[in-house]
Design a protein around this ligand. Sequence first.
Ligand SMILES: C[S@@+](CC[C@H](N)C(=O)[O-])C[C@H]1O[C@@H](n2cnc3c(N)ncnc32)[C@H](O)[C@@H]1O
Length: 187
Amino acid sequence: MSSRIKFLKEAVKNIKTLGTVTPSSRFLSKRMLREIKFSNADVIVELGPGSGAITKYILENLSPNSILICFEINDNFYQQLQELQHPQLIILKASAEKIVDELKKLQIDRVDYIISSLPLAIIPDKISNEILIKSFEVLSENGSFIQYQYSLSYFKKLKNVFKESISLEFEPLNIPPAFIYRCKKVV
Ligand SMILES: C[S@@+](CC[C@H](N)C(=O)[O-])C[C@H]1O[C@@H](n2cnc3c(N)ncnc32)[C@H](O)[C@@H]1O
């Protein structure tokens, strides 16, 4: 079964946690990663990797001593990601709001980049706020939280946490077209 069909099957069962019916295009995936300085990124976290549309590009660019830690709650995607079998990849079957606790277990207290494709706009407010606050907390100074969304409805909530340090881009070559928020931790 192709990975697109597998994704669609998961979306039909779990639309409230996926928020879309198709994985990110290569255009969106690459644009998400465009400003990452991989040579300075020791720890990268991905929230909601799904079937690995963006994950595979992160792994392609990862420096030899860096690691990628993924948080995914969907059982079938978690199994699919295990098949990537990359020595620098750690896949956690854990929800994104547990980011601080889960990283502590791995003895990690700072991350350089958080790449998120979580459907924040449909995650309950209390949880999505917690995800943003804990992501901010664990980012290193000048680290970035990079998020795509299909609308601008979440901009205000990102601003509440990251203040004015947010830049916005648009990627038309995706179904649906998507906005990319690059949120920098400035302290
Ligand atoms: C829109 S899909 C993105 C999949 C993939 N990254 C892509 O861009 O094609 C959102 C993903 O977030 C996952 N997800 C939703 N809520 C989550 C949470 N609280 N913690 C971790 N993953 C979550 C879903 O299971 C799904 O795989």
